[in-house]
Ligand binder design. Structure first.
Ligand code: PMP
Length: 368
């Protein structure tokens, strides 16, 4: 009998620290306010929920592998061509497919120091080398990204807005980045939080994709559409990129419930508007109230904020996290993003926001 031996993964796989999602609950016996994963406090559109339930009548059938109805509904909502859209099992999957299709061992992928953690994971999983660029004041610095580009650079990931910092790179800067990158370097604009951006110049980013062969935008139904549990993402991309992603994606990578609910969600513009309006009301209120307690809160354009505990003598982010969790207020530690003295808080419903402010005030009052 031959001896059994553990197979060895690609060496770069062992450099990956597995993604740890935000906690889903805190202390026992208290009402839970989950503010750890930037989910929509309004939930999904009622029409999306109804469409999801309807799929229960045909679970034995495979979904349409091309997610045609979903791509058409997205295209109609944004004035795009459906053949330039590919859907995925969350935008995480699309980021992974992009890395697998365009990165090989020896290649470099560039992203910034506090960028979304998945860029590092998918780069290493593809056997390529992450090149991490410093930010300026928790904000993406296009010149620093450009300075990091080498002949080995194949992909640049830009989260816009970025998670967890909430920073925004204006479209003219994104355009400058694109125009200054060498031809053939793929720019991936990860726009998971695009709909929350108030400056309203976001759609110009779509225009940029439309006019280039080398730029992709990824979007998600997890945030504004409140469908994180169904895992729906989409990429808007030039024909060559679309072709590559279709070649390597799973044959049925978006499930039937996701397609049905996604179609209903994208058509429910009123729900999207309500979700944006809720954020526009509460983001400044929560930001101002936490700043008034003395904690630093960098400006955010997303549906979340960072709370900086280093600005209050004696405060500590990990200790505060335990304190808040014991009161049912569940935020997200961001030490893995290089921000050990900060917590990230999703803007929740009124009750969750008020519970967070009360618990933070109590924490601050208890400090020596
Ligand atoms: N990009 C960014 C910047 C994110 O914050 C997230 C969600 N945490 C994603 C992509 C992935 O979203 P999903 O896979 O749920 O579409």
């Amino acid at each position: 009998m031959s001896q059994s031996t553990s197979p060895t993964p690609r060496p770069s796989v062992l450099e990956i620290a597995a993604y740890v999602p935000g906690r889903s609950s805190g202390g026992t016996g208290v009402k839970q306010h989950k503010l750890s994963s930037n989910e929509n406090p309004l939930g999904p559109s009622p029409a999306a929920r109804a469409a999801f339930l309807d799929v229960a009548n045909s679970l034995e059938l495979y979904p349409d592998g091309g997610a045609t109805l979903l791509r058409e509904a997205i295209a109609a909502a944004y004035g795009l061509k459906p053949e330039r859209i590919v859907c995925g099992n969350g935008s995480d999957e699309l980021l992974s497919l992009i890395a697998n299709a365009f990165l090989s061992p020896g290649d470099e992928a560039v992203f910034t120091e506090h960028a979304f953690l998945v860029y590092r994971i998918v780069t290493l999983a593809a056997g390529a080398t992450p090149v991490v660029v410093a930010e300026s004041d928790l904000t993406v610095d296009v010149d620093r990204i450009l300075a990091a580009v080498t002949p080995k650079t194949r992909v640049v990931f830009l989260a816009n807005p970025n998670n967890p910092t909430g920073s925004y790179t204006p479209v003219h800067e994104v355009r400058r980045l694109r125009e200054s990158l060498p031809p053939g370097v793929l720019l991936v604009i990860d726009a998971a939080y695009a709909e929350y951006v108030r400056k309203n110049d976001y759609e110009a980013g779509i225009e940029l994709v439309a006019t280039r062969e080398d730029t992709v935008m990824t979007r998600t139904f997890s945030k504004i559409h409140g469908l994180a549990g169904l895992r729906i993402g989409w990429a808007y991309a030039p024909a060559g990129v679309i072709d590559a992603l279709h070649r390597i994606r799973g044959p049925f990578n978006v499930n039937a419930a996701a397609i049905a609910a996604g179609v209903a969600a994208i058509k429910d513009r009123a729900h999207q508007d309500r979700s944006v309006a809720h954020n526009e009301t509460w983001l400044p209120r929560v930001t101002d109230a936490i700043r008034a307690l003395g904690f630093g809160v960098p400006d955010s354009v997303g549906n979340f904020i960072l709370i900086d505990f280093s600005t209050v003598p004696g405060a500590d982010a990990a200790e505060a996290d335990d304190f808040l969790c014991a009161r049912g207020v569940v935020m997200r530690r961001v030490a893995a993003y290089g921000l050990p003295q900060m917590l990230r808080m999703t803007i929740g419903d009124q009750e969750a926001n008020e519970a967070s402010l009360a618990a933070l005030a109590e924490y601050k009052d208890g400090l020596q």
